[in-house]
Design a protein around this ligand. Sequence first.
Ligand code: PLP
Length: 468
Amino acid sequence: MKRQETMQLSQIPSMTALLAAVSADSRLSAEPRSTITPILRSVVEDIRSRGHSGETSPREYESAAILEAVFRKIELRRLHRIRPVINATGILLHTGLGRSPLPEVAIERVARVAAGYCNLEINLDDGQRGMRCSYAEILLQELTGAEAALIVNNNAAATLLALCALAEKKEVIVSRGQLIEIGGSYRLPDVMQAGGARLREVGTTNKTRISDYERAIGENTALIMRVHTSNYRIVGFTAAPSTPELAQLAHRRGLLMYDDLGSGAMLDDAVWTAADEPTVPQALRDGADLVSFSGDKLLGGPQAGILLGSREVIEQLREHPMARALRVDKLTIAALEATLECYVDSDTARESIPMLKSLNEPITTVQSRAKRLVEQLNTKPLDIKISTSMEQSYAGGGSLPAWPLPTACVRCVLPRTQQVHEIAHRLRIGDPSVMCRIRDDSIVLDLRTIRDSEVGLLATAIESALSH
Ligand SMILES: *Cc1c(COP(=O)(O)O)cnc(C)c1O
């Protein structure tokens, strides 16, 4: 090491001096010592190691610069804390943004159950051990006509459990057109392998016939599986057997038919038919022995995996050791039960479940919200060009991929001096945080996923991002 560098390194203030400076800094003084000390050490450590290789400038050794670096690290750390985000992307079921918001009644139920003890596994009638989820399972049976139900952590867990319990070391027949990948971390062939089942692919990407399934059935076949192509559609020259055809074939050959529905549309709504989205009750009526879907997609509830089917199959899953590892907690149960109660009739469901409400919201309502945002932005001294446009958004989260929703957007064209990615970054790290779309030199705010109560906050967030 050169002599000059040694001298510089010795100029780094002592830990005691730095901690004293922290106490005097209004941005940092409220942070607990247990947070500050390790961050402070790592900043000093970093300066030292770069100092040894001659990569630092003398300014970095000053107390103010060190504190600034500590402050930036603490800010970054805070950004990882989970918090609300205003979703201006227009994607209703954005997996990155937590998929569906919960109905008001579900939020209240979660809060009440979370605050104290509850009857999670106690039967209040006889005081003996009860079954977790029993009420949610009854609701699901009533809503769908299923004989039995089981609730697990998410739909990936539901699939895994189904494969482990029904097809371990056996073959599962799936069409090549349905070997889905969702969000990168869920790929059906990998889940199949993890579940100990052997994938038997049949047909081609665009066409699979019932005879392909028939020919693939052998001694070792356990299941015929249909997977809903929830986040894509194969269109054009295509063919795939229907659920009734697959179920009939399975039953004729003494096999089970499992339908991974993915999105879980509960109401027998015309909307779903138009969007080529199978509903849960229909899949059961079509003869599937087992269906599964997510709780936080089109159902509009908390993250969960819901399995419905014949009593025999569901009991087999329930008794598998894996079921214990995949079970849901009391907060999920509270939210799911309250969400399912909203389905007593379709009007109540559409009114009280935010997911369904947003999906069904008339375009005129979305447009008037866009107008209100423009009005609010116009009251602010902003150097941007504002316009509205009619666009399309998508349900997202692997649902209704081929079903564009009309929506209204507000577009803010930025002045040349502003970098669009920089503004989007400031919107994300702001308070409240905002996720928007970017197009060319402008930020685009989709009003279908904005709540009425968020319009004012959004206008303020934009103002502060631009006047930074
Ligand atoms: C979304 C989806 C999954 C994964 O569900 P998670 O609840 O996210 O685990 C699996 N299969 C299909 C068909 C899906 O659409």
